[in-house]
Write a protein that binds this ligand. Structure first.
Ligand SMILES: CC(C)(COP(=O)(O)OP(=O)(O)OC[C@H]1O[C@@H](n2cnc3c(N)ncnc32)[C@H](O)[C@@H]1OP(=O)(O)O)[C@@H](O)C(=O)NCCC(=O)NCCS
Length: 186
């Protein structure tokens, strides 16, 4: 049996938070900024992000942008940058479409110097709210390794429920292999 492709339309391309932080779809011109910010944050990203094991380049991130950007129009993956009111790239976030019908999964990472100010929590709150307005979405999820306490604190702060913990082959060096699935019904 072929697996049904899940697609969503109506995901907003830009969300502005009260304090001027802008969550927006990336454009090609963001690639050099992404490269600079990721490389400056590698030590903090490496334990948890499989794609941040080695320095990235304009070529690797350009290829990543060319792969992910059409997925937005396809309705199968939605990747955003998080920008300060002054336009500084603070981190990345997005909705993954990989958990079956009705489900959007929020992912996030922050630059080292953006950690500790509630940026990821407020971004995830805004994305959870935005998901409510997307036709067909019934549930939002956040997945993280049990050892990633800063990440797990985010769904906890937002009132998500820990639905289950599954074994999963570690994909980054900090992972324990116990994969938490937090859910929020919208
Ligand atoms: C996971 C990650 C995004 C969490 O970052 P974070 O800075 O801890 O999360 P937030 O931006 O929501 O900030 C929370 C902190 O700000 C504080 N805070 C301040 N104002 C706040 C507000 N308005 N709302 C929520 N928290 C606020 C919180 O008390 C918390 O403080 P603490 O550092 O003492 O715990 C970050 O650690 C990271 O990028 N890690 C590497 C990549 C990664 O693991 N990604 C997730 C994979 S599953």
């Amino acid at each position: 049996m072929t697996e049904q492709v899940v697609r969503f339309v109506g995901v907003p391309e830009r969300i502005e938070l009260d304090d001027g932080i802008v969550i927006r779809r990336y454009v090609a011109a963001d690639v050099p900024t992404i490269v600079a910010v990721v490389n400056a944050s590698l030590d903090h990203l490496r334990p948890w992000m499989p794609w941040a094991q080695n320095p990235v380049t304009d070529e690797t991130q350009g290829a990543w942008f060319r792969e992910t950007d059409p997925q937005w129009d396809d309705g199968t993956n939605f990747v955003y940058g998080i920008f300060s009111a002054e336009g500084r790239l603070l981190g990345g976030t997005g909705f993954h479409v990989r958990n079956g019908p009705g489900v959007l999964e929020i992912g996030y990472w922050l630059a080292t110097d953006a950690v500790g100010h509630g940026v990821a929590t407020r971004t995830s709150a805004a994305l959870t709210e935005a998901a409510r307005a997307v036709p067909g979405v019934t549930r939002v999820q956040i997945h993280c390794d049990e050892g990633n306490h800063r990440s797990g604190a985010i769904p906890q702060r937002l009132g998500y429920t820990l639905a289950r913990v599954e074994p999963r082959e570690p994909q980054a060096p900090g992972e324990t292999g116990r994969h938490q699935i937090w859910t929020f019904d919208v």
